[in-house]
Write a protein that binds this ligand. Structure first.
Ligand code: AHR
Length: 665
């Protein structure tokens, strides 16, 4: 690359006049093609249940701690009744206890025992959800719970008047001032666990509602899985996803969804890895556990919901399983670091991975395919890739276990690409050892991660130009530019955009890329920056989100050779791709400097003088420090216009901007 234009020749003087000075740069694109084949699936998303991304986030359940499984192991001030209150109304009296002798299922060991000594106007429990339950006036919600009548006969004695009498129960939605917004009655009958449900339609919109369950007679109730679900989930799925968040993800047009992480995959200790089998089947039978990030995972958003979401948004599933080792930063024995599953447990673990593949791809007649069919999806979901390991230290313990898993998948499922791991950084010991191991095993793809400064992305724009085309392909599985204060600045977003132009240019090597992390609930965030923030009722889109969206919506399958004639020290990057399905040529230009730049663009191969229609989208903001603040008008957002483009034209690229020019056929 060489710098064109006079501005850079004036040294110190340049700084003084820089905002008024437009450098002239040449961008020449072989627009007629054919171009080099690149990954059509470059931009995807990384989902990890971190920052309350699942429970209290994408999973639409509105009750927190619905199955009384919260514990002090998760947070020191938590217990089985966290987020619950005992209610005694109108002279009612009773008590709340915890039981585990006769659970709905052994996987869900605890439940509440409500004893009503004097019913008054009702004795029961109330739940305020995650920071209050948000309700929409006129919308329908399903309130449900599992219950049976304990203490019949035994507690109240023979011949007592309540023996065999059903327990009337009121389910009520209450506003923050206690006003009743909706109410329905059910009767709990008998000593067997049974699910009861009602539909409630609140009369008012309320951000901080409570779900209240009241027993209205003397006696008792065993209660579990007390739930409130909006009927209007994403694509109307039962046990589904929060619509606004799911839609924001879908709007990126991600080509794949990675799940369940991240560090969550191998968990905080070797026997705390994410076990996919714990996350399927009826929700009351799933195994909740302490989330590595210090809260409770219900697994309500489990493997089935994940695969269904992928299908609903047209994205490929990209699950990641542990490599039989835990994180080097947290073993079962604190401070011991990486530990491997005992070798005698490895065959069963490898079988679990094979079972996962059968559950996804097997026919409904197979053992695990039948479980998928029973959940409502007889057709295979379709799995082509599986990640094994996450940022693991490349030790003999790791290698031995990874090798076992890889060999079996390669033998039994040659149609599936195993993605290996090359450590947590863009270089260094685990990166080098991981790559050496990948070459030894002839892995088809490896997973690179880097959280680095914005400057790093600009300085490493040519990282993949130097990669050996015969080596494993690359999945940039986690990346983000971390600016000062780890804020979601426009500067960070443009650095990621510059990275993405180089991924596109090297799309024969870099097959997939996913920004991380994806979601963060305000007030419950363990990691910043994230791509999408949210609270109970709002979704806050960052500058980084819009970069992902623009690349996701404007992907191509061929890279059109191009030359950007600009000086190395200019923060300027570009890429040009062809979308063969439409014939559209898509040019992306990133300017990370505080000055605008004039670019002369030549579309070689286009008939001289013949104008073409184009849409131009510009993502910019007042300055590089600009951040979209919650609840305020977006300062960084894409602006669209329609243009007529000639084969040779001049474009002034705004300071601190990403421009996408989509030229239609
Ligand atoms: O994305 C957050 C965390 O960063 C992931 O869990 C882990 O893989 C990485 O270190």
């Amino acid at each position: 690359m060489k710098q064109v234009g006079d501005c850079f020749l004036v040294g110190a003087l340049y700084l003084a006049v820089s905002t008024a000075c437009a450098s002239s740069v040449e961008l020449t694109i072989q627009a007629a093609g054919p171009g080099k084949p690149i990954s059509p699936d470059l931009v995807g998303v990384f989902f990890e249940d971190l920052n309350y991304a699942a429970d209290g986030g994408l999973y639409a359940e509105l009750v927190q701690n619905r199955s009384f499984e919260y514990s002090a192991v998760e947070q020191s001030h938590w217990g089985p009744f966290f987020s619950w209150d005992l209610r005694k109304l109108g002279g009612g009296d009773g008590s709340l206890g915890l039981a585990n002798v006769r659970p709905i299922h052994p996987n869900n060991p605890h439940y509440a025992l409500l004893t009503v000594a004097r019913p008054g106007d009702g004795v029961g429990i109330a739940n305020g959800g995650f920071d209050g339950i948000p309700l929409q006036a006129g919308a329908t919600y399903e309130a449900s719970f599992w219950a049976y009548q304990p203490f019949m006969n035994a507690k109240w004695g023979p011949n007592n008047s309540i023996e065999g009498r059903p327990m009337p129960v009121t389910l009520r939605l209450e506003g923050r001032d206690g006003q009743m917004l909706a109410e329905a009655e059910v009767e709990v009958v008998g000593r067997a666990w049974k699910r009861y449900s009602v539909r409630l339609t609140p009369s008012e919109t309320e951000k901080q509602a409570q779900l209240v369950l009241l027993a209205r007679d003397r006696g008792g109730l065993a209660l579990d899985m007390v739930s409130l679900f909006p009927q209007d989930t994403f694509m109307g799925r039962p046990n589904g996803l929060r619509k606004d968040l799911a839609q924001a993800i879908a709007d990126i047009k991600p080509k794949f969804v990675r799940f369940p992480g991240g560090c969550l995959v191998h968990g905080g200790g070797i026997h705390h890895y994410y076990d996919w089998k714990d996350t399927i089947g009826p929700v009351e039978q799933r195994v909740g556990q302490r989330n590595l990030w210090g809260y409770h995972q219900t697994m309500g958003l489990g493997y089935f919901e994940y695969f269904q979401f992928c299908e609903d948004i047209g994205a490929m599933p990209l699950p990641v399983v542990a490599a039989g080792v835990c994180c080097q930063h947290g073993g079962d024995t604190p401070g011991q670091g990486q530990e491997g599953l005992p070798m005698e447990e490895m065959p069963a673990y490898v079988q679990d991975v094979l079972d996962l593949i059968e559950w996804v791809n097997g026919p409904a007649t197979s053992e695990w395919g039948a479980k998928r069919a029973a959940a409502g999806h007889p057709e295979p979901f379709g799995l082509k890739y599986i990640g094994v390991g996450n940022e693991d230290a490349i030790t003999p313990v790791f290698k031995e276990r990874f090798r076992m898993i890889h060999e079996v998948i390669r033998k039994e499922h040659p149609e599936i690409t195993v993605i290996g791991t090359v450590g947590p950084f863009a270089g260094g010991q685990d990166y080098d050892n991981g790559w050496a191991f990948a070459r030894e095993l002839e892995l088809q793809m490896v997973d690179e991660h880097y959280y680095v400064s914005p400057g790093w992305f600009w300085d490493h724009r040519e990282r993949y130009d130097a990669y050996d085309r015969k080596d494993s392909k690359v999945y940039v599985g986690e990346y983000a530019a971390h600016d000062r204060g780890r804020r979601n600045t426009l500067r960070s977003a443009l650095a990621e955009a510059a990275g993405l132009t180089s991924f596109e240019r090297n799309g024969d090597v870099v097959r997939f890329a996913s920004y991380a992390p994806l979601l963060a609930r305000r007030g419950h965030t363990q990691w910043t920056p994230d791509m999408i923030y949210f609270d109970s009722t709002n979704v806050y889109l960052t500058a980084n989100y819009f970069v992902q969206q623009l690349f996701g919506q404007n992907s191509g399958d061929r890279f059109l050779e191009m030359e950007l004639d600009a000086s190395d020290d200019m923060r300027l990057a570009a890429s040009s791709v062809l979308d063969s399905s439409t014939g559209d040529r898509i040019v992306k230009i990133v300017n990370g400097a505080d000055e605008s730049v004039e670019i002369n663009i030549r579309l070689l191969g286009f008939v001289a003088g013949a104008p073409r229609k184009a849409t131009k989208t510009v993502l910019t903001g007042p300055d590089a420090d600009a951040v979209n603040e919650d609840g305020k008008p977006l300062v960084v957002k894409p602006e669209h216009s329609t243009e007529t483009i000639k084969p040779v034209f001049t474009y002034t690229v705004p300071a601190n901007s990403l421009t996408v020019i989509r030229i239609t056929r």
